[in-house]
Ligand binder design. Structure first.
Ligand SMILES: [Zn+2]
Ligand SMILES: [Zn+2]
Ligand SMILES: [Zn+2]
Length: 102
């Protein structure tokens, strides 16, 4: 079952108010950042894949904990960016190498 990574609703359901994965139906911006409000037509959640920020390939991108994300991506990527599993592993390995090298 595909659920929204942020608010947890199922596909075909509306996001919960304040979910930062929701796109605005009217202005196509991020719903929590636009001024259109929630009284207008809304865009339900359907799963879509993001291109990886590093290699540009589309992938499912698994969810990782904030701690893991900060360790791997902190400083270079934003929390809302998506990395494919192989890029994730690559960066993680490099960081661990650096850490061990000290
Ligand atoms: Zn949502
Ligand atoms: Zn809007
Ligand atoms: Zn990648």
């Amino acid at each position: 079952m595909n659920t929204c990574g942020d608010c947890g609703v199922k596909e075909g359901e509306f996001h919960l108010v304040g979910c930062d994965m929701e796109r605005c139906f009217k202005c196509k911006g991020q719903k929590i950042c636009c001024d259109c409000g929630y009284d207008i037509e809304r865009e339900p959640f359907f799963k879509y894949n993001f291109p990886c920020r590093r290699c540009g390939k589309f992938s499912d991108g698994k969810m990782v904990s904030d701690k893991e994300w900060n360790f791997i991506c902190g400083g270079t990527y934003n929390k809302k960016d998506v990395l494919c599993n192989s890029c994730m592993e690559f960066i993680k390995k490099k960081r661990e190498e650096l850490k061990d090298g000290n």
